[in-house]
Design a protein around this ligand. Structure first.
Ligand code: DUT
Ligand code: MG
Length: 144
């Protein structure tokens, strides 16, 4: 897919790091580093503006390496970039570790996944089809 993009950051466009990666690693675009204290969050700019085709969305997902090594997650994970959004893509990072974490300019902070989505029209009904699961959930099938 060709994706229209305006890059107002100082960095190269997000790239797939391997041949069949789902996510494009996106970099922080900062004039100075941002320090996240434990449990602190920050809306980190990317300097990127995109025009996603109708029927698609862009998901802003965490990077597992940052999560595992530093406890860095995304508060609203996965973030949703709508097809009609024309603003800057931002990443809502949170520090879930017990130590300060410094986000550096140019650091790969998240990955962007473009995906199709459906648009529904509601069909109000009074009954739903029966299944063996029924209304059971929240661990109803056990742990092992
Ligand atoms: O991680 C994110 C999530 C959202 N957005 C932008 C694009 C998205 O299209 C817009 C709105 O996001 P969302 O619908 O998740 O937020 P909201 O709280 O429902 O805001 P709104 O009332 O503007 O829809 O904000 C980002 O830049 N990064
Ligand atoms: Mg919304």
């Amino acid at each position: 897919m060709l994706l229209p993009v305006i890059n107002q950051s100082r960095h190269a466009l997000p790239e797939y790091q391997t041949a069949h990666a789902a996510g494009l690693d996106v970099r922080a675009n900062l004039t100075e580093p941002v320090t996240l204290k434990p449990l602190q969050r920050a809306l980190v700019p990317t300097g990127l503006f995109v025009e996603i085709p109708v029927g698609y969305e862009m998901q802003v997902r965490p990077r597992s390496g940052l999560a595992y090594k530093h406890g860095i997650g995304i508060v609203n994970s996965p973030g949703t970039i709508d097809a009609d959004y024309r603003g800057e893509i931002k990443v809502l990072l949170v520090n879930l570790s017990d130590q300060d974490f410094v986000v550096q300019d140019g650091e790969r902070i998240a990955q962007l996944v473009v995906a199709r989505h459906e648009t529904v029209q509601w069909q109000p009904v009074s009954t739903l089809s029966e299944t063996s699961r029924g209304a059971s959930g929240y661990g109803s099938t056990g742990q092992q």
